[in-house]
Design a protein around this ligand. Sequence first.
Ligand code: FAD
Length: 396
Amino acid sequence: MERFDAIVVGAGAAGMFCAAMAGQAGRRVLLLDNGKKPGRKILMSGGGRCNFTNLYVEPAAYLSQNPHFCKSALARYTQWDFIDMVGKHGIAWHEKTLGQLFCDDSAEQIVAMLVAECEKGNVTMRLRSEILNVSRDEQGYTLQLNGDTVAADKLVIASGGLSMPGLGASPFGYKIAEQFGLKVLPTRAGLVPFTLHKPMLEQFQVLSGVSVPSVITAEDGTVFRESLLFTHRGLSGPAVLQISSYWQAGEFVTINLLPDIDLADFLDAQRAEHPNQSLKNTLAMQLPKRLVECLQQLGQVPDVTLKQLNIREQQTLVETLTNWRVQPNGTEGYRTAEVTLGGVDTNELSSRTMEAKKAPGLYFIGEVMDVTGWLGGYNFQWAWSSAWACAQALAE
Ligand code: FAD
């Protein structure tokens, strides 16, 4: 039976980074993954360019039942530390919007960087490894694999959440947590498009592909100002993905489709100058024409000129366009979700080391635990920060 100082399960963002850092600190590390290649989500991320961190990382950008938990790790290994590593590997990057940093060329560069860091730490990486059983004795943890048995003093679970089963997501981490008596909080899909109820879906399906700037508000008061995209299944775009993490089944979201103007003022000014201009053409100065036409067909934009639009109609129109209340039917679920909310309860873990309080030598890092970031590089930063904190503990 081969023995290591630490075994890391999951060669994703957190697992690779943790294995590399612990290896470079002199630990003998085995990194296991059930997939054919490492970092599959990284390769898919950011439209193939990997939004690897965000300039404005702060604890407030993370959802968790224990909002203080993420503070220590985020402060000890920051976005600047990761940017520094990316720079040392000669990877060119740019800020796209809202502090989101992407590779200029390809997400493959981030995976190649992590593989190189693992090699530098002499990490043994075994892909296509199925873990059949995990047990613990006084010496540490023993893993029965398809083929052989391996053991280590420390076991790090970096197997991620449930989102995108097509990219290897599995409930492995939650099962291990439960096996060792740790609480696992209910999970749900986050950063995920909304589906709409049938009548509404049919009304708006013609708008598939139309994108508008918006301000979107959840029932708990959380607000995002980003673009909204109509799709053939419902609503998506950054605004919807962000708010989906704050949305519970049955709740409404409120959408302002004209966040950059005061619509009433705009209509009044246009009426003063062009009283015979159609309302439709006036709105098309501020909104995509397809959206205005669709709303007119639904009877929400009266087929009138500006001088014919009476005060009550104008008030209703302003309400419709700036305070549009939508009750999603649901979300597209884990199949397309970027992240999984919930997971291993952080009250069970040390915020300094990520070690389970009830199971010495067992660690959880990355998405498997109940820490979920906003869209925009925040989730990868949590993977790097939590992995780094754990690696320091493995090296102690
Ligand atoms: P993962 O990266 O999911 O890694 C888990 C690994 O564990 C996988 O390799 C998996 O194969 C392995 N594994 C699972 N079960 C087992 C098992 N039983 N045995 C062995 N191995 C197992 N976040 C950002 O910050 N920026 C982005 O641009 C971004 N884009 C995204 C795009 C997509 C399409 C998706 C799905 C997510 C995106 N995210 C993004 C979120 C980000 O990818 C995750 O938050 C991050 O990958 C979590 O890292 P992790 O290491 O915890 O888990």
